[in-house]
Design a protein around this ligand. Structure first.
Ligand code: GRF
Length: 201
């Protein structure tokens, strides 16, 4: 049975597209049950719709707190019973309620070699720190910011002539490969979380 994914986006959705392309190419044994965005203008929604993927918009309502919003999001997600919730450029911080509901079943991609440079503008942080190598990380999500157990990483060289745009572009190319490869490991049942670590079975 293909692994059932629900993908959360807020914008461009290029990682979501790369995952979809891997599925279509037969490289990832998964299916996308739903793509949910918290932003009506997210470009990724149009791609998903054009590909015949179910899409949903779950926008924050006026005065709604994080917990209330996440409870609605959980309900919407559960309509398609996903096995894994994939964060792909989803820009909202998830509540403990959400994280506990899907414990060890939420994955995220981050454009740095964690634990270096968590949070926003990771590529800019890497350039400002003068590191020679950066990259990307796929990890299970815990209650911290980009702190959960690491599944896998890809290294990208930082070149002397790099600016934020050029470095982000080279890291993104690796993100697109890494995410599908990590999801395939999950689909094959090869990963086990033990405390802070992900063990490869
Ligand atoms: C990626 O760089 C990802 O690592 C970060 O947000 C960006 C999303 O890009 N979490 P996209 O929406 O998948 O194109």
């Amino acid at each position: 049975m293909p692994l059932k994914l629900a993908i959360l986006i807020s914008g461009r959705g290029s990682n979501m597209q790369a995952i979809h392309r891997s599925i279509v190419a037969g490289k990832l044994d998964a299916e996308i049950s739903v793509v949910i965005s918290d932003q009506a203008a997210a470009a990724g929604l149009a791609y998903a719709q054009a590909e015949g993927i179910l899409t949903q918009l779950v926008e924050r309502q006026k005065g709604e707190d994080r917990d209330g919003f996440d409870r609605r999001l959980i309900a919407k997600l559960e309509e398609s019973s996903p096995q894994i919730v994939v964060l792909a450029g989803y820009m909202r911080i998830l509540s403990p309620t959400f994280i506990r509901h899907f414990e060890h079943r939420i994955v995220n991609i981050h454009p740095s070699l964690l634990p270096s440079f968590p949070g926003l503008h990771a590529q800019r942080q890497a350039l400002e720190a003068g590191v020679r190598f950066s990259g990307c990380t796929v990890h299970f999500v815990d209650e911290g910011c980009d702190t959960g157990p690491i599944i896998d990483q890809r290294v990208v060289a930082v070149l002397p002539e790099d600016d934020e745009g050029s470095l982000s572009k080279r890291i993104l190319e690796q993100e697109h490969q890494l995410y599908s490869s990590c999801l395939q490991m999950i689909a094959e049942g090869k990963l086990k979380v033990e405390g802070r670590k992900v063990i490869l079975l």
